[in-house]
Design a protein around this ligand. Structure first.
Ligand code: NAG
Ligand code: NAG
Ligand code: NAG
Ligand code: NAG
Ligand code: NAG
Ligand code: NAG
Length: 647
């Protein structure tokens, strides 16, 4: 009679075995054994094994030895270029290239370069080609070189190189003997780009979507600080599929992305910009620096296949080619022309800038004219309804409209849809004239202060002893009726906070709750008026804050703070107080932060940027439909074949 396991045991083990199951559960990264879905390579000067020395200084030649190993057959011929030092090809150089069963091209402006190699040199390489001695070990090879030439300038063992650049020149300060060391920094003699073959992948068991993610992590390299990474990304011709590229690095790094033919979303840590167009530097998103965290991030964005996960050293140049065969088949792509059109410059540009910003009642678009330089002669910008034309000044196009105007549709939850159209001046090349977009409507409480009961033009100035009108509003599509205005306070420095409204009822003296417009489309609006008075003998503060909370029956609370300047018309205007730009402060649930950090908008809101303060909020609040910095190049978040068309 064996011991019988308690029926509770599996449950207990399941609980103990997953201290933090997260959303990465069900996806166990394994080495990719089949043909990898990407080709990834990066530049480096660190070789697995190598040395430099001054032993060839007194001899007739400088001697460089490259010993190439492959962990996988390379489809590319190896390119070796030998560059002379600044003074030109002064002394004869010898290259010993050990690369059995490999085809290589050796190029150099020094015509007297002597090459010993066992590689198959491709035609076009016009070097002398003395045979290589039979050397069975590294030691024998180095000994042969010493015997034959009297010294060794550099020795490098390379793994999976795509190309190698060898810079000639010797340094008297180097070691007298070339004694190879592990993980050797061969700077400034050698730079190479090597293939990374260690990628892993997995797919979530309960895969709900066919979206595939490629994750590249840069490991901090302490020996050479890299401030900027040039990443070149290329995709197969005509490919259109649901993929995301997640790039994670230390936060102080700038990514310069050069994107070729790709219809892909990306998520980047650090700062980034798009090479080749006059791109502003955009702040990325904070990304987790663990394997599990990054996989969970991909799942959160609804990409349930981790097509590739790679960790490489931080490098100034990384190249990534997405392969055709690794592609998740697009569910249907009846409109390849659309894909090509969408990948055009205006689309790339607009989706990078994301110049639209919505609140629960307005849509605003601000585009710096300098960012439109790559698109020549843009003379006017409109929305779907072409009578809604952007205003322009010397530097910007600006358009602000209520959500109820200009052809904006609110069909989707949490976002508004419209199109940016533009007219180009005469004589310019025809350009696609419209780009459909979705503008995220943050699920947060909005507070607005008005000088009159018409509630028309909001302001951020509160006048002492004068009626002010406050509107709080929010979209809550699920059950707008559940949403209540819990309380509103006026807080000024050095004074007791004043309770204005509580539980939807007026509390302070001179406060009156007003009838708001009826709820529509899941939006709820509350209004009240009050008069701000300064207590007897009190000083008029420069600024004050209006603080409101709305919430559901349960404990889900949305809080917002509106900072206003205080104007006292009885006293001469106080320049210091009035000159301060009003600052909008917002307190809101953690889940909304992403929505507000939309990278493409950073420059627009730089002077009215919301200040976020975290407030404990029910963790069961819905994960927002935050678009965050999840940008897409050349694609909309809508279906690939959207209804937009050439005008
Ligand atoms: C970036 O930050 C890391 C630490 O996170 C630091 O070691 C490195 O020197 C910094 N690099 C630059 C270019 O500031
Ligand atoms: C992911 O998919 C689910 C279910 O289809 C959807 O509710 C959610 O909004 C999607 N999330 C994102 C970030 O697209
Ligand atoms: C990165 O790319 C930019 C422009 O494409 C170029 O000017 C710069 O030299 C490149 N940096 C490196 C390290 O290759
Ligand atoms: C044009 O308008 C934008 C947005 O309102 C503003 O930031 C910018 O300073 C204005 N430029 C000029 C030259 O007035
Ligand atoms: C926008 O510019 C184009 C080209 O100059 C012009 O034909 C069109 O009438 C303009 N649209 C409006 C609404 O002014
Ligand atoms: C509160 O109620 C809303 C819907 O009315 C729901 O979405 C949310 O999960 C609830 N929160 C808690 C803590 O029960």
């Amino acid at each position: 009679m064996g011991p019988r396991a308690s029926p509770l045991l599996p449950l207990l083990l399941a609980l103990l075995g997953h201290p933090d199951p997260g959303r990465a559960e069900g996806c166990d990264l394994q080495p990719v054994t089949a043909e990898p879905p990407i080709t990834l390579s990066y530049a480096t000067s660190t070789v697995p094994w190598g040395c430099v020395s001054s032993s060839s200084l007194g001899t007739e030649h400088e001697v460089h030895i490259l010993n190439v190993e492959w962990s996988k057959a390379s489809a590319f011929p190896l390119k070796v270029s030998v560059v002379p030092r600044a003074g030109g090809c002064t002394r004869q150089a010898v290259l010993v290239l050990l690369c059995a069963r490999c085809s290589a091209t050796v190029t150099s402006p020094c015509s007297d370069l002597l090459v010993h190699t066992d590689a198959h040199l491709s035609p076009g390489t016009t070097m002398t080609r003395p045979e290589l001695p039979m050397a069975t070990s590294e030691g024998q090879l180095l000994a042969w070189a010493r015997r034959t030439y009297g010294g060794i300038t550099s020795y490098s063992k390379l793994r999976d190189p795509r190309w190698v650049q060898l810079r000639l020149g010797e340094d008297a300060n180097k070691h007298p003997e070339c004694i190879p060391k592990e993980h050797f920094n061969a700077m400034p003699h050698l730079e190479t780009e090597v293939f990374f073959h260690g990628m892993k992948g997995c797919s979530r068991g309960d895969a709900q979507s066919a979206g595939a993610a490629h994750i590249v992590r840069l490991q901090a390299e302490s020996s050479f600080p890299v401030a900027e990474v040039n990443l070149s990304l290329s995709c197969p011709e005509g490919a259109m599929s649901n993929q995301i590229l997640i790039l994670q690095s230390q936060a102080n790094l700038t990514w310069s992305l050069s994107v070729n033919n790709c219809h892909i979303q990306f998520l980047v840590s650090g700062n980034y910009k798009i090479a080749h167009i006059s791109s502003p530097l955009l702040p990325g998103e904070h990304l987790p620096d663990t394997e599990q965290g990054l996989v969970a991030k991909a799942f959160e964005k609804n990409y349930s296949v981790i097509a590739s996960y790679s960790i490489i050293p931080t490098s100034a140049r990384v190249s990534l080619e997405i392969q055709e065969h690794g592609e998740v088949p697009a569910s249907s792509s009846p409109c390849p022309a659309e894909a090509v059109r969408r990948a055009s410059l205006p689309h790339t540009l607009l989706f990078m800038l994301q110049p639209w910003k919505c609140t629960d009642e307005t849509m605003e678009i601000v585009i710096a004219r300098s960012h439109l330089e790559p698109i020549k002669d843009v003379v006017n910008i409109t929305l779907r309804d072409i009578s809604c034309q952007a205003e322009k000044n010397a530097t910007h196009f600006m358009l602000k409209t209520p959500l109820s105007h200009c052809g904006t549709s609110l069909e989707g939850r949490g976002h508004a849809n419209n199109e940016v159209r533009w007219g180009a001046g005469q004589g310019s090349a025809p350009i696609p004239s419209d780009v459909a977009f979705q503008c995220n409507i943050p699920r947060e409480l909005f507070l607005r202060l008005f000088p009159t009961a018409t509630f028309e033009v909001p302001q951020t100035e509160l006048e002492v002893n004068k009626e002010a009108f406050v509107q709080a509003s929010m979209r809550w599509e699920d059950h707008p009726a559940d949403l209540q205005l819990k309380e509103c306070w006026l807080v000024a420095l050095g004074q007791e906070p004043v309770l204005l409204v509580q539980g939807g009822e007026a509390r302070g003296a001179g406060v009156a709750v007003l009838e708001g417009p009826p709820s529509s489309r899941g939006r709820k609006v509350w209004r009240f008026r009050f008069t701000y008075t300064v207590p007897e003998g009190g000083r008029v503060p420069f600024s004050a804050t209006l603080k409101c909370k709305a919430g559901l029956q349960n404990n889900t609370i949305f809080e917002k703070v509106l900072e206003v300047t205080v104007k006292d018309s009885w006293q001469p205007p106080n320049n210091r107080g009035l000159g301060l730009a009003a600052v909008l402060g917002i307190t809101f649930g953690a889940f909304l932060i992403g929505a507000l950090l939309t990278a493409g908008l950073w420059y627009i809101y730089s002077h009215t940027r919301p200040i976020s303060k975290l407030q404990p909020v029910s963790s069961t609040a819905p994960a927002s439909e935050s678009s965050s910095t999840n940008h897409s190049i050349g694609s909309t978040q809508s279906t690939p074949c959207s209804t937009s068309s050439m005008a």
